[in-house]
Design a protein around this ligand. Structure first.
Ligand code: ATP
Ligand SMILES: Cc1cn([C@H]2C[C@H](O)[C@@H](COP(=O)(O)O)O2)c(=O)[nH]c1=O
Length: 210
């Protein structure tokens, strides 16, 4: 496995997609092979699962069903896209990975971080990012950003209460404490250029250290 696996995490509107896109361009300019992808999704089956999980009509979805669907999408995405890219020596930039399940389903939904980890352990079979960038943001600011972004569709999870999104942030902060060796916390409440400078520094430093 010669590539390098980075995941990007955070509550809604934290800036993950924006940062990944800028980082992808910067790395390509430096001649690095990059695969940018997202969860849930990234491959056909996982995108189909995404459209079920995030469908606003499915208000009756049970929390465990939700957690299992995310894990199933992750398994397919990992096998079809992430692992082949790493084997080909690429840098993989993944918009959300297992920490999203731990923060959203494990912590905010109340299923338990350990319980949700168990089903994901089965799904990921040992593959974990070597570095995770967690964009920490006040959920009210993040939600306001996505409301202003008219091109973004509002999904089932976006419609959760503010207190759910506050729990998501609390869950991420707990994970950042538990896995301090892997998770770098970046204050995403700041202007875009500042957040990007810090993100780039963290990623390049990890790539240099390999
Ligand atoms: N640091 C920033 N300051 C102000 N606006 C920002 C910043 N970063 C991103 N944005 C804007 O906020 C909106 C949401 O950003 P983006 O889609 O990158 O977030 P995200 O974390 O991928 O969101 P989600 O996971 O909820 O889809 C976009 O309109 C983007 O241009
Ligand atoms: C991977 C993953 C995602 N979620 C949630 C987080 C967001 O609310 C949506 C994905 O939408 P985005 O605009 O692509 O960020 O799904 C989750 O609850 N659990 C997960 O494992």
């Amino acid at each position: 496995m010669n590539g390098c696996f980075f995941s990007f995490e955070g509550p809604e509107g934290a800036g993950k997609t924006t940062m990944i896109s800028k980082l992808e361009s910067l790395l390509r300019e430096r001649g690095i092979d990059v695969v940018a992808t997202r969860e849930p999704g990234g491959v056909r089956i996982a995108e189909a699962i995404r459209s079920i999980i995030l469908n606003r009509d499915y208000t009756e979805m049970d929390g465990r069903t939700e957690a299992l669907l995310y894990a199933a999408a992750r398994r397919q995405h990992l096998l079809e896209k992430i692992v082949p890219a790493l084997e080909a020596g690429c840098v993989v930039l993944c918009d959300r990975f297992v920490d999203s399940s731990l923060a959203y389903q494990g912590f905010a939904r109340g299923l338990g971080i350990e319980e949700v980890w168990k089903i994901n352990e089965f799904a990921i079979d040992g593959y974990m990012p070597s570095l995770t960038i967690y964009f920490d943001i006040d959920p009210q600011i993040g939600l306001e950003r996505i409301r202003r972004n008219r091109s973004r569709e509002v999904n089932r999870l976006d419609l959760e209460t503010l207190s759910f999104h506050e729990k998501v942030r609390e869950g991420y902060r707990e994970l950042a404490r538990r896995f301090a060796d892997r998770i770098v916390v970046i204050d995403a409440n700041r202007p875009l250029d500042d957040v990007f400078a810090e993100t780039t520094a963290a990623v390049l430093s990890r790539l240099k250290g390999r």
